[in-house]
Design a protein around this ligand. Structure first.
Ligand SMILES: Cc1cc2nc3c(=O)[nH]c(=O)nc-3n(C[C@H](O)[C@H](O)[C@H](O)COP(=O)(O)OP(=O)(O)OC[C@H]3O[C@@H](n4cnc5c(N)ncnc54)[C@H](O)[C@@H]3O)c2cc1C
Length: 316
């Protein structure tokens, strides 16, 4: 297995752990189930309209992540969100651009859905849907935690029981994102608007954000976690009929198309205080936002922390 490290997931935590380990330890292979890169740093095209559907922006409050973001800024792949009052960073031209940028120089197998991970002589075997299995000496899982735990369970991998108890308690809120193409300009401010009560929690106009110049308005509407949990299976038409009256004053223009993105795992309900999990005896690491703290910055820090711990062990 030549010391290969397999990283499951090409979200920000997986890509950062892969980049750091490639630089410090050696051969790294990333397996991503989607065609796109970046995970919940996600962008979707619907006709002529382009929408950031997951993370809308990110912060860089910690010294370590701020230094990294400042360096990315010099390449133009991230920039402050124009007009935003607080310090918010966005990727350019749209949020998934950061995933593509971070994957540069890495071996990434896209459309490689891992369905089981199990112990094998000298490391790990990963079963991949419709593809030959992959082998690696060490394994990093960065999918939302319930999905990572399901891969381990499918392969009969036993973790320490106290740890399993702690990890199994880390659940996620769902989110529903309505993607509205408008026939005219919206009244949504450039920096988007967070709503604190009711069925809608966030509205942003991607045309004003600068990523959807082909249409007069392309509005992402995130519905609140409790509403999303109750109405997760509803169609875009049903959801639009329920919530569009609530935000008519922000839209101020006819809705010419409605699309829907369902996020089963949107943001962690609570996070694990330890940042990441590294089990050297198994050669197994876990990273992501439910371990490092909610949101992009917490996920990034989790990946970096895991890479630090794995590099120390590799060099010991
Ligand atoms: C609707 C929404 C709004 C948000 N808004 C914000 C915001 O404004 N600001 C902010 O900072 N954060 C926001 N977040 C949270 C932020 O997007 C996440 O915290 C962060 O992107 C998580 O990164 P991650 O690497 O931990 O996980 P992910 O980005 O989920 O990456 C995990 C990757 O693993 C892949 N994967 C999963 N299972 C498998 C498998 N079996 N085989 C292969 N690959 C697999 C997935 O496809 C994915 O690419 C939002 C999230 C959502 C959904």
């Amino acid at each position: 297995m030549n010391g290969t490290i397999a990283v499951v997931g090409a979200g920000i935590s997986g890509l950062l752990v892969a980049r750091a380990l490639k630089a410090r330890v050696g051969k790294v292979m990333v397996l991503e189930k989607s065609r796109g890169l970046g995970g919940r740093l996600a962008t979707k095209r619907v006709g002529e309209a382009v929408f950031d559907t997951g993370a809308q922006y990110f912060t860089a409050k910690s010294e370590r992540f701020a230094a990294m973001v400042a360096e990315w800024g010099t390449t133009g792949v991230v920039a402050p969100w124009p007009g935003a009052s607080a310090h918010r960073w966005i990727a350019r031209p749209s949020m998934n651009a950061l995933g593509k940028f971070l994957a540069g120089g890495l071996e990434v197998r896209r459309e490689a859905k891992v369905v089981k991970v199990q112990r094998a002589p000298g490391g790990w075997e990963l079963t991949i849907e419709n593809q030959p299995p992959a082998r690696a000496e060490r394994l990093v899982l960065t999918a939302p935690l319930p999905q990572s735990l399901a891969l381990l369970q499918a392969g009969g991998v036993e973790l320490p029981s106290e740890l399993v108890k702690e990890l199994a308690a880390l659940t996620y809120h769902p989110c529903l994102a309505l993607l509205l193409t408008l026939g005219g300009a919206s009244a949504v401010p450039v920096e988007g608007v967070a709503l604190t009560n009711g069925r809608v929690r966030w509205i942003a106009d991607n045309t004003k954000k600068g990523i959807s110049p082909g249409v007069a308005g392309a509005v992402t509407v995130h519905l609140s976690p409790s509403f999303a949990a109750e109405h997760f299976a509803k169609t875009e038409t049903e959801l639009a009929a329920m919530v569009l009256p609530d935000i008519a004053d922000w839209l101020c223009a006819p809705v010419v198309n409605v699309a829907l993105q369902r996020w089963k795992f949107s943001e962690p309900v609570a996070s694990f205080a330890k940042g990441c999990v590294w089990l050297p005896e198994l050669g197994l690491g876990l990273a992501g936002d439910s371990l490092g703290g909610p949101r992009v910055e917490g996920a990034a820090l989790s990946g970096l922390e895991l890479a630090d711990q794995m590099a120390v062990d590799a060099n010991a």
